[in-house]
Design a protein around this ligand. Sequence first.
Ligand code: CIZ
Ligand code: SF4
Length: 305
Amino acid sequence: MNLSEQIRQLCQEKNAIIMAHYYQRPEIQDVADFVGDSLALAQVAATTDADIIVMCGVHFMAETAKILCPDKKVLIPEPAAGCSLADSCKAEDLAAWKAEHPDHLVVSYVNTSAAVKALTDVVVTSSNALKIVKQLPEDKPILFGPDQNLGGYINLMTGRKMDLWNGGCHVHARFSVEAILSLKQQYPDTKVLAHPECKAVVLQHADVIGSTQALLNYAKEHPEQKRFIVATESGILHEMQKACPDVAFIPVPAEGGGCNECEYMRMNTLQKLYDCLLNESNEIVVDESVAKDAIRPIQRMLEMS
Ligand code: CIZ
Ligand code: SF4
């Protein structure tokens, strides 16, 4: 048996489920039971009857699964798979910001630690952020963190004036505007699909702005388009290509050239996935009192999305 087949066999023996984010390596997406964005991963985690969840994604995604499923064993193939965006907002800094604005609601992007979520009123992902912010009382001021680009995009689309934390994703910050312009020149009439974590100057050139799931759905729902220019982590191209085999998806390169990959997402490998499932290692532990406070804004998100 090859490694993927051995992983599938272990899943059966252990009643384990493998969940993978769209930014994972293609071979991990292919072996997973479920592939999705962080909203879908949280929704599946909330309802699975598996005993073990292996979260092939970054640390905050595994933490979210653990918070939603405290009685299950949640494993991550590479525990060092972090997120520069989540790291840009420490719980103590958010606590200080909140203290300066005691009348504000706190809306946090899902790319945050459990400790930050514990200080939050409602969590959002890029799939449901607009929908959720629109449901919040209009007279209530909002602190939004940590992604400034996503927050700016929500402000633009909703007319809210949320105060924004100054954080960002280093992968989405480095898409080259020049490359987009030259790709648009090379392929006129080709739509640009972009993630709202991209800089506003990139979003200005986008035809469709949305989460990985929304961009994927757009491609699926527009079979008349034979080509797309894509500005998000290039891992999503695997699922796009599978869903739309006759369409060309052109990734926007990073400034200075090269494919725009998240090095944290790529830390998980098939071998590490196998080892972690076999040994049930790298178990995620969330402090109970933190988990108790963090589950409320996640559940609120699931209800509101
Ligand atoms: O929410 C997620 O899964 C992320 C990090 C990206 C996206 O838009 O799907
Ligand atoms: Fe974090 Fe950006 Fe990597 Fe997503 S792509 S995990 S936001 S560093």
